[in-house]
Design a protein around this ligand. Structure first.
Ligand code: G3H
Length: 526
């Protein structure tokens, strides 16, 4: 029986028929693309129509590039030259309006990407907090730069300035939070942004369009819809993008970079694939390791770049680990996002269950078994996580980033085996290490920190708290994101210098006293 709580039912379609360009919500009269949820609203399964979005093309892409370029105006536009304090005011205006959209955005997060109610609320709240923390961090950065230093007879005021037009593309698993972890620092540092929402989780941006329009000067933020090929490609080909900020797939990141005619001018801020391993040592606290490996591999159905995507268990404890791990996986509750206590939820990509099934079939052919009873059970929009053991390098699931509900487990006898595998891997984001004996752990930590960028001791991998640096080695990332680092990633050091003599100093003093310049300014923002 259909038991969708009244407040979460889809009672009207959300047809997004405007887009934000040059400070104007322009009416879209062209072709549209329907937006479906893989969640059913009826007892007999069927996807739910949520609404539609514009299907844009080259003309709108060029319009967005034009608006953003004009807003930058070679660094002379209103937004890039604005006082930091005034940019902060715009952002504060935005976040205040954003907070009023919480219930709408949370509801759409559940329907569009199947994220549980609690996690959807967390995503929204974490994003609001991220914006406030970014403002605080920018105030500190501003305060720390608000002085002249004298070196070898030269007075200099060094600050951080914007880089230019940013193309911002976020992932479907965190369509709000991760996208905003790029967009907000990019914008607040004075860069005009062109933002195209992810393939899933696109309607949830609709409630925010007016807040964007009301809060920022024209052209500072431009929001377009459509497919990457039709919209992002012409934007890159224009050569007018200075930063490509993308969290998602490395194939798209490479294709987009290749389309830019001036590659050395293009800065990259990328969060890409990962295959984070868990390593369970013989003396690990198994209850803790199992609990963390379940959260690490299966929260949001494994659709996290930080998810544990392969588990190495020492051969001496593998039998016990597997038995208890498999039983705990089978006990996980599956249901629609608003259902109480639900852990596993429908997958937003309609082809995902079939892909996960392919990985399972391939592993079975190559010698693995499904060691949990419910593993691989499918419904039209989900597949129950299969725990695969023993996994080996002949299997696709060893190499591919599954980004979904399947957990491969391998054994090791010598610790050098997982270390070698990590060294050979194309990825290098994080690792989870479970154990206690410090004579074993100490040298391991010293090696692991050079293979990845975060070693999680007796805990699952994760991005947060957002004050910590989020990055990766090898093909997993370009640049570093955190509240503090993102402000630096989206800006460049630039300064005014003059020889220390009476003539120059008088001019500098006059500039400071008059407050005519937004750059040469020693105001503190409290
Ligand atoms: O998709 C990758 C996200 O950055 C993961 O973030 O660890 O907070 O889930 P999370």
């Amino acid at each position: 029986m259909n038991t969708i709580p009244e407040e979460f039912q889809i009672t009207a379609l959300l047809n997004q028929d405007t887009y934000l360009i040059n400070g104007e919500l322009k009416k879209w009269e062209g072709q549209t693309t329907p937006v479906f949820s893989t969640i059913s609203s009826t007892d007999a399964y069927g996807p739910t129509l949520l609404g539609s979005i514009p299907f844009m093309g080259e003309a709108e892409a060029n319009e967005a590039v034009q608006a953003a370029s004009e807003a930058y105006n070679n660094g002379q536009g209103l937004w890039p030259t604005m006082k930091v304090a005034d940019r902060i005011k715009c952002m504060e205006r935005f976040v205040e309006q954003m907070k009023t959209t919480r219930s709408e955005v949370v509801k759409l997060l559940m329907w569009e990407i199947g994220k549980s109610l609690g996690d959807s609320e967390k995503e929204f709240d974490r994003t609001v907090e991220y914006i406030y923390d970014t403002i605080t961090s920018l105030k500190e950065l501003n305060t720390r730069s608000a002085f002249f230093s004298k070196v070898q007879g030269i007075n200099a005021m060094v600050r951080r300035g914007p880089l230019g037009v940013v193309l911002c593309l976020g992932p479907y698993n965190y369509p709000l939070n991760e996208t905003f972890s790029l967009l907000i620092p990019a914008l607040i540092m004075g860069n005009p942004v062109i933002f195209k929402p992810a393939k899933h989780g696109v309607l949830l941006i609709s409630p925010l369009l007016e807040a964007f329009r009301n809060s920022f000067p024209k052209g500072a933020i431009n929001i377009v819809y459509g497919r990457g090929r039709e919209v992002a490609s012409p934007i890159m080909k224009s050569g007018k993008v200075d930063i490509l900020a993308l969290i998602g797939n490395s194939k798209s990141a490479i294709a987009l970079q290749d389309q830019h005619p001036n590659k050395n001018r293009l800065r990259l801020i990328l969060g890409l694939e990962a295959k984070n391993p868990a390593i369970v040592l013989p003396d690990a606290d198994l209850d803790l390791a199992i609990q963390e490996c379940i959260a690490g591999s299966l929260s949001f159905n494994g659709q996290r770049c930080t998810a544990l995507k392969i588990i190495y268990v020492h051969e001496s404890i593998a039998a016990e680990f597997n038995k208890r791990f498999a039983a705990k996986v089978d006990a996980l509750a599956f249901g629609n996002p608003w259902e109480k206590g639900v852990f596993l939820t429908p997958l937003p990509e309609k082809d995902k269950p079939a892909y996960i099934q392919e990985l399972i079939d391939d592993a079975l052919v190559n010698g693995a078994s499904i060691i949990n009873e419910k593993g691989g059970q499918t419904t039209p929009n989900a597949i129950f996580p299969a725990v695969l053991f023993p996994v080996n390098k002949a299997m696709r699931v060893y190499h591919e980033e599954q980004f979904g509900p399947v957990v491969p487990i391998m054994t090791f006898s010598e610790i050098q085996e997982p270390l070698n595998d990590m060294a050979e891997s194309n990825y290098g984001q994080q690792v989870s290490l479970f154990g206690k004996d410090i004579t074993t752990i100490a040298p391991l930590i010293d090696a692991l920190v050079n293979l990845v960028c975060r070693v999680n001791l007796n805990s699952s991998c994760q991005r947060g708290p957002d004050v910590f640096p989020f990055t990766g080695r090898k093909d997993s990332a370009v640049g570093t994101l955190s509240i503090h680092d993102a402000l630096r990633s989206f800006s460049i050091r630039t300064f005014v210098a003059s020889k220390d003599n009476a003539y120059n100093n008088e001019i500098l003093q006059a500039l400071l006293n008059s407050k005519e310049s937004n750059f040469i300014n020693t105001d503190y923002i409290l």
